[in-house]
Design a protein around this ligand. Structure first.
Ligand SMILES: Cc1cc2nc3c(=O)[nH]c(=O)nc-3n(C[C@H](O)[C@H](O)[C@H](O)COP(=O)(O)OP(=O)(O)OC[C@H]3O[C@@H](n4cnc5c(N)ncnc54)[C@H](O)[C@@H]3O)c2cc1C
Length: 454
């Protein structure tokens, strides 16, 4: 099944509205940003309802994007927790550290891995996504590592302390974060790229080369058109990687980030409508009116493309969790997906990606990665204008009357104005011709236009 659920107006069933005399029980699965945002928004409108949060991560709620900075040593693990116990007390919810195993829809009951049962009136599935496993012989050896959560980050650091050489494979932001984290921990890093250049379905050739050159300057050894055939081992531990061309590279650690997949087991078992993620309408409601989904696990209607797409981005997950919570509590609040926006660091270079910017396939990724969006892969009907070389570079995707996407590398003074111009579809007719002139200083044109608007 592909595409969006038919956008249907959703009216909460009358018998399930929040009546003063009947306390509603909300159950939220997942203690990530979407789950926590839902708990907060439910409590903001329903002061009496019971809220139960089920989460299986022993570390609870923390910043997953922050794990990259924890790997490099720029952040201590304690800096990754955005909420204190006191903050949580305000929201008065019961927290059960356990894995949700099964949804019994007819009974409105959630079964946990320890066999206990929790009944619900409204249920939110906010269980995120997980790394696509590496499938080559030897991938089960100790020292073959991914980066999904805190436990993984700690495992990577433990192995990095013991070893000297690491091999990283994959694409997108996470593979780069692994490369930089391991390099910052003093390891010699080989980065394997299956294709000709880094992140080819989001960055253009010039942008990829900027990143690759910076990695090389940091001391990373790049291997293009290099694909692992096997991870070799000694006494159960990684000892190297044999490439498909027969070359052997010795190493003590293999880290991979070849994509992520929404965790669909619960939804599949419950018979909910799924595609690549759990399909939801604009109220984050699944095809069961009492079950909602939000965050990385949800596949959400995208007005830009008219399709239902996946994001793996912190802010959309938070916004979806917030809207889902309000809808569960009976406050009809549509979630309108805006053009995805991420400010990230690629090889030390601050880079903002907004809207639709890329195209094609990237052989290093089998799906989107962390901090990534399917929307970015769309190359709309547009003209591309670009300026700048090396550290300060700007690429704009220019539609008939509006900007459709942008990549800002280095100097970030235009990233917020561009985000606003793209998400609010500001009419750029007055400057369109100027932007399209050969050798146009597109940064100056945008800055001047923005100043005029404000
Ligand atoms: C290394 C890394 C770098 C990232 N970089 C960026 C970035 O630069 N920018 C950006 O915007 N985003 C980034 N992200 C992505 C961002 O963190 C996610 O989009 C966001 O965390 C999604 O939130 P979520 O609540 O949907 O899922 P998650 O944060 O994954 O939380 C889901 C929770 O559900 C729990 N769970 C799963 N199954 C069950 C179950 N059966 N029972 C109970 N609990 C369960 C999980 O343990 C987890 O705690 C990054 C993520 C990582 C890991």
């Amino acid at each position: 099944m592909c595409g969006a659920l038919p956008a249907r107006r959703f009216a909460l069933r009358a018998d399930r509205l929040v009546h003063k005399e009947r306390v509603v029980r909300y159950v939220v699965i997942g203690s990530g940003v979407a789950g926590i945002a839902a708990v907060e928004s439910i409590r903001s409108v329903d002061h009496d309802g019971e809220i139960v949060l089920i989460g299986d991560d022993p570390y609870g709620f923390y910043s997953r994007p922050g794990l990259a900075y924890y790997l490099t040593g720029e952040l201590h693990d304690q800096a990754l927790f955005p909420r204190t116990a006191n903050d949580f007390r305000k929201f008065r919810f019961q927290y059960v550290k356990e894995k949700a195993a099964k949804i019994l829809r007819a009974e409105h009951v959630l079964e946990l891995a320890n066999q206990s049962q929790v009944s619900y009136d409204r249920l939110l599935i906010a269980v995120g996504a997980q790394a696509v496993p590496l499938k080559v012989p030897g991938a089960d050896l100790a020292g073959v590592l991914k980066l999904d959560h805190m436990e993984d980050a700690k495992r990577i650091l433990k192995h990095a302390r013991r070893g000297r050489t690491a091999i990283v494979m994959g694409g997108g932001i996470t593979a780069l974060e692994l490369t930089e984290g391991l390099r910052a921990r003093g390891m010699n890093v080989h980065y394997l790229l299956r294709g000709d250049r880094y992140w080819s379905n989001v960055l253009d050739e010039h942008e990829s080369h900027i990143i690759e050159r910076r990695l090389q300057e940091e001391g990373v050894t790049l291997h293009h058109r290099a694909e692992a055939a096997e991870v070799t081992g000694r006494n159960g531990n990684v000892s190297g990687v044999r490439l498909q061309n027969g070359q052997m590279l010795k190493c003590d650690l293999v880290a991979y980030a070849i994509g992520i997949r929404p965790r669909l087991d619960l939804a599949k078992q419950a018979g909910l409508a799924i595609d690549r993620g759990i399909l939801v309408n604009e109220y984050l409601q699944t095809d069961d009116p009492d079950i909602f989904a939000a965050g990385d696990v949800a596949q959400v209607y995208d007005p830009m493309s008219g399709r239902a797409v996946l994001d793996s981005l912190w802010n959309p997950a938070r916004q979806q969790g917030h809207a889902a919570g309000l809808n569960m509590a009976g406050r009809n609040t549509p979630y309108i997906k805006s053009p995805p926006f991420n400010v990230t660091r690629l090889a030390g270079l601050t880079t903002t990606i907004i809207g639709t910017v890329g195209s094609g396939r990237d052989s290093d990724l089998v799906s989107i990665a962390r901090g990534d969006s399917e929307t970015w892969r769309q190359m709309p009907d547009c003209i591309v204008a670009q300026t700048g070389f090396e550290v300060n570079r700007l690429r704009l995707l220019i539609g008939e009357k509006t900007l459709l996407g942008a990549i800002v590398m280095g100097d970030q003074k235009l990233s917020l104005p561009l985000e606003k111009m793209i998400s609010t579809k500001i009419d750029i007719s007055p400057i369109r011709e100027k932007l399209l002139m050969p050798d146009a200083r597109i940064g100056d044109v945008i800055a001047e236009f923005w100043a005029g608007l404000n």
